[in-house]
Design a protein around this ligand. Structure first.
Ligand SMILES: Nc1ncnc2c1ncn2[C@@H]1O[C@H](COP(=O)(O)OP(=O)(O)OP(=O)(O)O)[C@@H](O)[C@H]1O
Length: 626
């Protein structure tokens, strides 16, 4: 063990916590609610099977004993029938118990997995940004399965413990001093097991965390397969896997060493018990305190006694793995989202007026991102947020959508604090289109339909036609019924944006938030997106993180964000006249997108260098392309 001491495998996630065995038991009990009858039957079946199972060897021992008696034949026949019946009962009840246990545990794992999944979905963006998806997936899938195996195990353990108790009773009936001696050895075995408990649990947890890291790495690499191939190279990706896999290997070896040490130790303790009984018993027989028959009977029963004890010891590893899996699942389920609401009031049908008062925000305390923001957006107004990359535009939008919680200030919608609203209902008041919208696997129509649960085909078609009169559908092989891959990979970025716009149309939310794509799309698609935007913006509050000149120019108001502060506001013409931050940004960036821009107006070499340092690579390439 010392060899592997100090190896750190599978770092804990920030929300991991320790649960005592009793706490875990309290947490799992509700998953069997309403199944009291089945649990009682399984328990009874375990008791009957254990009683019958332990009666068989005792009866067998009696059979051997009575072979020496005078009326051996009749007693032997009776005992043989009894052995047969108890054996059959043990078999029948074991089968029944195992079938029912399978169903009970299966149901509990189903519910547990649903809860773990719901907890993962409920978490805020801070959680998902901070914890790789693969690691969370591993808790919802692998850990729930391992915990399910534990539940079955606990029931069979319960059976084995009963067998141990029943045979121990028989041992006490045969000879009290020798039975006490045996009990002392059992107590020693229990004490050793408990002493290893903490280390075993820690080692099991580390192994599961390391496995989650492997699945996280595989998932992340496959999601970014293009980057992995083009930039990191396949060899580098494989080297990365070797590293996380190596950590899993070390954690597994460590766990194995720990258990391979415990199990033989427990088994040798049982040998020690037998040796003690042989020594003490032999002594008592020699001194005439114990009959030879009793001694032999005791040794026979003792031999039968150790087998369930050894079985319990061999369950040890699975038991600890199951418990640590339980801890990991409940840590996820019990994690409180960082975005907290002070009340759960249903928001009224919002008109869409928004106001930020003195809002400050950071992702990590040492790096403030937004400073004391005051911003009022009137209902129906279109606002363009512009600024260099990293200025804080997307962060501001994330606060509006309550994806992250701000640390200071107030956010009001129609004059009411949004923190008092039911979060899910408030979010339904926002139609959000991200830079590269995510589409679920299904069809284009399915993805649009997500905008309004229960929307019929006619409503979906109407929403699709609201964007550029539906002309974009002709570019899709099967129109609305074109299948979409996970994420929408088989559609271009522009097409994905159009689908997302149609989704927001169907949603008909009073507030529309768009993080405009920086990727260039073909002129036709761009025109279609623009038409969609114009139609969506009409009559609703629109906030656009703007990267394209037409959007900026059409906005009622442009807000320039710089280093987490709002430095300028106004319409295009006013801001240009003012010659401040916006006009500099315009000259450095937006100006290049102007259809009749004159290369002679290009910024000087120094200005270009400044833009190159500040502007997102995609934006920079946009600027070159246009
Ligand atoms: N999830 C995050 N965790 C920690 N820091 C973040 C996170 N997201 C953004 N930041 C940091 O916050 C700052 C503002 O980022 P933000 O994405 O809001 O800028 P932006 O103006 O939207 O830029 P872009 O135009 O490139 O999208 C940056 O310094 C960025 O590194």
């Amino acid at each position: 063990m010392a060899l592997l001491d100090g190896i750190e495998a599978g770092a804990e996630d920030s929300y991991d916590r320790r649960y005592g065995d009793r706490q875990l038991l309290r947490r799992i009990t509700p998953y069997f609610r309403g199944r009291g009858g089945a649990v009682a039957f399984v328990t009874a079946a375990v008791v009957v099977a254990a009683a019958a199972g332990s009666a068989v060897p005792i009866l067998l021992a009696r059979t051997v004993d009575s072979a020496l008696d005078d009326d051996a034949r009749s007693v032997m026949t009776l005992l043989a029938v009894a052995v047969l019946l108890t054996g059959a009962a043990a078999w029948l009840f074991t089968v029944l118990q195992q079938r029912l246990t399978g169903a009970l545990v299966g149901d509990a794992v189903l519910k547990l997995r649903e809860d773990a999944f719901a907890a993962a979905v409920r978490q805020d963006l801070a959680f998902h940004d901070g914890h790789p998806t693969g690691l969370v997936v591993s808790r919802v899938t692998n850990d729930t399965q391992t915990f399910g195996a534990l539940l079955s195990l606990v029931l069979s353990l319960f059976g084995q413990v009963l067998v141990v108790l029943l045979i121990l009773t028989a041992l006490f009936v045969i000879n009290v001093p020798l039975a006490l001696l045996t009990t002392a050895v059992v107590a020693l075995i229990v004490a050793v097991s408990l002493a290893f408990r903490k280390r075993a649990r820690t080692a099991s947890t580390r192994q599961q965390q390391a496995l989650a890291e492997v699945s996280g790495y595989v998932q992340e690499t496959l999601r970014g397969i293009t980057v992995a191939r083009n930039h990191r190279g396949e060899a580098a990706a494989e080297a990365g896997l070797r590293e996380v896999n190596g950590r899993w290997y070390q954690a597994s070896v460590r766990l194995n060493r720990l258990f391979s040490g415990i199990f033989p130790l427990l088994i040798s303790l049982t040998g020690l018990g037998t040796t003690a009984v042989v020594l003490v018993g032999g002594h008592n027989v020699a001194s005439g305190d114990l009959s030879a028959g009793e001694w032999v009977l005791f040794l026979e029963a003792l031999a039968l006694f150790w087998s369930p004890v050894a079985a319990i010891a061999s369950f040890w590893q699975q038991l600890q793995q199951g418990l640590s899996a339980g801890e990991r699942i409940f840590a996820l389920i019990d994690r409180e989202p960082a975005v907290r609401q002070s009340a759960q009031l249903p928001p009224p049908r919002l008109r869409g007026a928004l106001e930020l008062r003195g809002v400050s925000f950071h992702y990590t305390p040492e790096r403030p991102v937004l400073h004391d923001i005051d911003l009022t957006v009137a209902a129906g107004e279109t606002l363009a947020l512009v600024g260099h990359t990293g200025a804080g535009k997307s962060s501001l939008v994330r606060l509006l959508t309550r994806s992250y919680d701000f640390q200071e200030g107030t956010l009001l919608a129609d004059g009411r604090d949004v923190r008092t609203f039911d979060l899910a209902q408030y979010r339904r008041c926002l139609g959000v289109v991200t830079q590269t919208p995510f589409l679920f696997s299904g069809t284009v129509a399915d993805n649009i339909a997500l905008g309004r649960p229960g929307a019929d085909r006619a409503a979906v078609e109407a929403a699709a036609h609201a964007v550029a009169s539906g002309a974009w559908l002709r570019q899709l092989p099967e129109g609305l019924d074109t299948p979409t891959d996970e994420g929408g990979r088989n559609l271009s970025t522009g097409q994905r944006q159009i689908v997302a716009l149609a989704r927001v149309f169907l949603q008909d939310a009073p507030i529309f938030i768009l993080d405009e794509a920086t990727a260039s799309v073909d002129p036709l698609t761009e025109a279609q997106i623009q038409e969609g935007l114009d139609a969506l913006a009409a009559g609703r509050t629109t906030i656009v993180v703007a990267h394209r000149l037409p959007t900026v120019r059409k906005a009622d108001r442009i807000v320039v964000v710089d280093d987490g502060r709002l430095v300028e506001q106004g319409d295009h013409a006013t801001l240009m006249r003012r010659g401040g931050a916006y006009s500099r940004l315009y000259r450095q960036y937006f100006h290049h997108q102007h259809p009749d821009h004159d290369p002679a107006d290009e910024p000087s070499g120094t200005e270009r260098a400044a833009v190159g340092a500040g502007v997102h690579p995609a934006e920079a390439s946009d600027a070159v392309d246009h």
